[in-house]
Design a protein around this ligand. Sequence first.
Ligand code: S3P
Length: 469
Amino acid sequence: MMASKEKHTLKSRKAARIETEITVPPDKSISHRAVLLASLSNGACTITNFLEGEDCQSTAKAMRQLGIFIESPEPGTLVVVGNSGRFTKAFGDIDCGNSGTTMRLMAGILSAQGFRSRMIGDDSLSKRPMQRVIDPLREMGAELSAEGTKSCPPLCIEGDRELHGITYRLPVASAQVKSAVLLAGLFAKGTTTVIENVRSRDHTERMFEFFLIKTKREEIWENPNSPKNRRLLEVRTTIEGGQIPESRDFAVPGDISSAAFWLVASAAQPGSRLLVKDVGLNPTRTGIIDVLIRMGARIREVIETSLHGEPIGNIDIKGTTLQATTICGAEIPNVIDEIPVIAVAAALANGTTIIRDAAELRVKETDRIAAVASNLRAMGVTVEEFPDGMAITGGSPLKGAKLPCHGDHRIAMAFAVAGLFAEGETIIEDTACVNTSYPGFAEALRHIQKGGHIKGSTPVLSGFKTPTP
Ligand code: S3P
């Protein structure tokens, strides 16, 4: 009994200076999409460096339930045999676990399968709004409804309606909604266009292109010829229905959202130095780097190559005493998953950091604004909460505390990082949820806690280059 309790608790205390190089787990968003596109394709695809976390396993399990052959010859590798967009009715409900990405993206696919499907989720997913995918899919002709209150799961999809293409302007910046509409668009008659006023992560679009789906992407700018004054007005993504992805092998890069925990841990510690290797550097995901640079960290980001349509490279970061910043507007979707750990950086920075336009955080795996605010307060930080963000006054010493994570992996990991800077011990309770995105986080935490130096071994930092100023 004791052992299993121990297993689901994260403990951290003040850490030494970090001086190491690390790799991080495969990207969660990209792993989901790789299984989906491979399943939709016309043949066998080998996916390497697939995230074995629970969220992506939910997507793979759902595809198997729908008749797709998937085997894993070794950990992190999946061989998926696509069936050209055809699936068979699942036996029983499709359990999406904790994964909003699984449920929302699959809603697009299941809307056009000719059979009825019912998707369910765990307690947290059962509280997440599905109206945002129901609305556009209904507009395309699909019949679907949420059984829970306030349009929450279970989500029932009749699947037997003919879909037609639409032009849909996203009311909220959401890559999940955009992807659900584009995936449904593959099965729709005619043209489907999704318009975003604020750019969200574009992994689906890149993967469509990589799997040879003809995709048109346009950016509309105000003052397009003035690099200083130009402003992105909208991004339009268009596909024609009836396309079948061409089977391809795919390798997943490291997840910058998982790297974010160690980027903050290093950025906020003067004298720390960290090299994160082989991480995805898609510009719709690298906002964390811009934020930490504004806060004073010295960072060099080197794109080494483009791997299957996704930029990949290394991040080299040097810590300092951080300064407060403001994060709002179009930057928010780019850092949406990193805000809990950015809030920890804010608590360690001099001055008051303002986070606004981030109401979406209230409908993530938990209400992340409320969770961050109450955990930071428990550690002695002054936080003012707004409906769409918070003001965090940093710079005073953090004190260790026993904290809940509300079943939210990113809250658990963000506060384990906070514990690296606190007086006394920080204990995060019920942290089994960390496995949804970062299997091995506890070991990485122990490694970082020691500054990355494994007892008796040579520090791995030799040959580390100086960042260009
Ligand atoms: C994701 C998109 C984001 C993000 C989530 C993963 C994706 O959600 O928060 O963790 O893989 O498309 P929204 O699209 O709802 O903003």
